[in-house]
Write a protein that binds this ligand. Structure first.
Ligand SMILES: N[C@@H](CCC(=O)N[C@@H](CS)C(=O)NCC(=O)O)C(=O)O
Length: 236
């Protein structure tokens, strides 16, 4: 199987964590960026990443991919056996992705990409995030993992998404909306010490640095080209 996406994508990294924690052999194409080009839509129906190529088929949606991995390889389970406990893990996952990450995503344009978000959007997002935070505070156990004594899929989701929600809210509101969730930082630090989690973090940072270098080189090349054009214009 081959995981396609890029290494500073939180959703891509969630699937990587699952693959690595489970010790599933796989290939990775970390050069895939989201696109609405027809050729890319042939590979990923919504033009998003990540997607998993497996036996000539393609699976999209990181949750679907993680659950598929859980079904095909249960040697190192990341979901409890008990149906109710399994559902509680999924409930946590849903809370983190649907009621926190997806909501905070509306701030990323301003928080990370130099854009501006309207005051109305900021207000709406802050209100909705408040509800998600309240829910997460009730659902999370931190005992020591987010769903209890065992590492689960919900830890993989929490590790990649919650720091971004914190960063975005600090940047836009000047406060961390996740602060009321007391043990969160300690919990994320504990997860970060696990070998696979540390690896994904290290490789995310390397990918981000490489992307920034590429951008800087591109900007320098554009500046040089503009300066050359201006010199040429001045000579005419
Ligand atoms: N629900 C999707 C979300 C994936 C997602 O939003 N990926 C981002 C990159 S981190 C993306 O492809 N964005 C482009 C877009 O939304 O068109 C999943 O769980 O896989």
């Amino acid at each position: 199987m081959r995981l396609c996406g890029f290494r500073f994508s939180n959703y891509h990294n969630k699937v990587r964590l699952v693959l690595l924690e489970k010790g599933i052999e796989h290939d990775e194409d970390d050069s895939c960026k989201p696109s609405q080009e027809a050729a890319f839509l042939e590979r990923s129906v919504l033009g998003k990443v990540p997607f998993l190529e497996v036996d000539g088929a393609v699976l999209t949606e990181s949750d679907v991919i993680c659950e598929y991995l859980e079904e095909v390889d249960s040697r190192r389970p990341l979901l409890p056996r008990d149906p109710l406990a399994r559902a509680k893990v999924r409930e946590l996952n849903r809370c983190i992705e649907l009621h926190l990450e997806l909501v905070a995503r509306r701030l990323y344009h301003q928080a990370f990409f130099g854009g501006t978000v309207s005051e109305e959007t900021k207000r709406e997002v802050e209100h909705t995030l408040g509800k998600g935070v309240r829910a997460l505070a009730k659902l999370a156990c931190f005992d020591p993992y987010i769903a209890g004594a065992e590492l689960t899929l919900a830890d993989c989701a929490a590790f990649v998404h919650l720091p971004i929600v914190s960063m975005a809210s600090k940047s836009v509101y000047g406060r961390d909306v996740l602060e009321p969730i007391g043990p969160l930082q300690e919990y994320l630090r504990m997860l970060g010490e696990r070998e696979c989690f540390a690896r994904v973090t290290r490789e995310r940072k390397e990918a981000t640095a490489a992307m920034q270098r590429e951008k800087a080189t591109g900007a320098m090349q554009r500046e040089k080209a503009t300066a050359a054009m201006q010199r040429e214009e001045a000579r005419r």
